[in-house]
Design a protein around this ligand. Structure first.
Ligand SMILES: NC(=O)c1ccc[n+]([C@@H]2O[C@H](COP(=O)([O-])OP(=O)(O)OC[C@H]3O[C@@H](n4cnc5c(N)ncnc54)[C@H](O)[C@@H]3O)[C@@H](O)[C@H]2O)c1
Ligand SMILES: Nc1ncnc2c1ncn2[C@@H]1O[C@H](COP(=O)(O)OP(=O)(O)OP(=O)(O)O)[C@@H](O)[C@H]1O
Length: 288
């Protein structure tokens, strides 16, 4: 089995910050259980303030939390993890995902696995992998995505035309429902649903996949990481740009979205036993 490129492990872990899936006050008991398990292992737990308000406790803003703790813990599904990675990215904190969601493709650890994982964490038996992020800008807004940046039509009744340039030179026009610019991590999300390739998460590349193109010759493109891509909206109705399925920006006709790979990478904490192909097998029901 291929050895993944790890980041350095965390040293002398003293504390972690927890972010809970929003609108889920029923998570209070699970939070208290997680806190007890970590504190029994001498790792102090602090809570993010939106999560704290939700379960009537006190907390810290995400920025304060990132400055205070050694790593972050996302408790929820893939969506919660995506949001935690994106919002904490500038602080370069490793993130562990505890899975309470339905699919749990990105979140590694279940509540049943947590006690053993904490023992391994204390002994340094875990891995941290570095995941590519894409960064984009629209007008004066700058953002990063862990999964994908989607450029989509505003209304379902019409198609959209988008002109693509690489390093300033025209390479393609997309005419259809839109375009997905995905990281290798995001390749198993929206990209997969519209026929894009699965790209091993530590691959150095990004993927540009048309959504319902009105030309049978259009195909997903896998691009090298040093390309800078610009998409200009030709359509007179404008478009929307959706970041990780969660943040939305409006773009007008003739405006452009610029996209490139972020210099820094996101750090994900995994169980040492985690194997990507087993995850594919289990979650996508391959080979069954
Ligand atoms: N038709 C589609 O498949 C479609 C449409 C819109 C958005 N999305 C994806 O949903 C993502 C946001 O996820 P969410 O959980 O916040 O929203 P969500 O709750 O609507 O989840 C969509 C599904 O995608 C799964 N998912 C998310 N990231 C994944 C990944 N990297 N690999 C495999 N599966 C993944 C989630 O577990 C969930 O089952 C977006 O980044 C986009 O890729 C998919
Ligand atoms: N901080 C956040 N900001 C905005 N939306 C969020 C945030 N955290 C989660 N969400 C959204 O809330 C919804 C549910 O969260 P999440 O994905 O964590 O749980 P789930 O749907 O149960 O699990 P999964 O996505 O693994 O199936 C998702 O659509 C996700 O995009």
């Amino acid at each position: 089995m291929r050895i993944e490129k790890n980041s350095e492990l965390l040293t002398n872990i003293k504390s972690a910050g927890i972010i809970l899936k929003p609108s889920s006050p029923e998570l209070k008991d699970i939070y208290l259980k997680i806190k007890t398990l970590f504190e029994e292992a001498n790792i102090n737990i602090y809570l993010e303030d939106n999560s704290a308000n939700m379960i009537s406790l006190n907390g810290y803003s995400l920025d304060e939390l990132c400055q205070k703790v050694d790593f972050l813990i996302s408790v929820g599904g893939d969506g919660t993890l995506l949001s935690v990675v994106r919002k904490s990215f500038k602080f370069d904190k490793a993130v562990l995902g505890i899975n309470l969601g339905t699919l749990g493709f990105l979140t590694d650890i279940s509540m049943e696995q947590l006690p053993d994982f904490i023992k391994d964490l204390k002994k340094g038996i875990y891995k941290i992998d570095n995941r590519m992020m894409v960064e984009g800008s629209v007008n004066l807004n700058k953002f990063v995505a862990f999964n994908d940046i989607v450029i989509s039509r505003k209304s379902i009744s019409s198609m959209i035309k988008i002109a693509g340039k690489i390093d300033g030179k025209h390479f393609n026009s997309y005419y259809g429902d839109g375009v997905i610019i995905s990281t290798p991590t995001g390749s198993t999300a929206y990209n997969l649903s519209v026929g894009g390739p699965i790209v091993y998460p530590l691959t150095e590349a990004f993927i540009v996949t048309p959504v319902a193109p009105h030309s049978l010759t259009q195909r997903p493109l896998v691009m090298p990481v040093d390309f800078e891509i610009e998409f200009k909206i030709i359509d007179n109705q404008g478009a929307v740009v959706i970041v990780d399925g969660q943040d939305i920006y409006e773009v007008e006709q003739n405006q452009s979205i610029k996209i490139k790979i972020a210099k820094q990478k996101a750090k994900m904490i995994h169980r040492i036993q985690r194997d990507y192909f087993e995850v594919l097998n289990e979650k996508l029901r391959w080979g069954n």
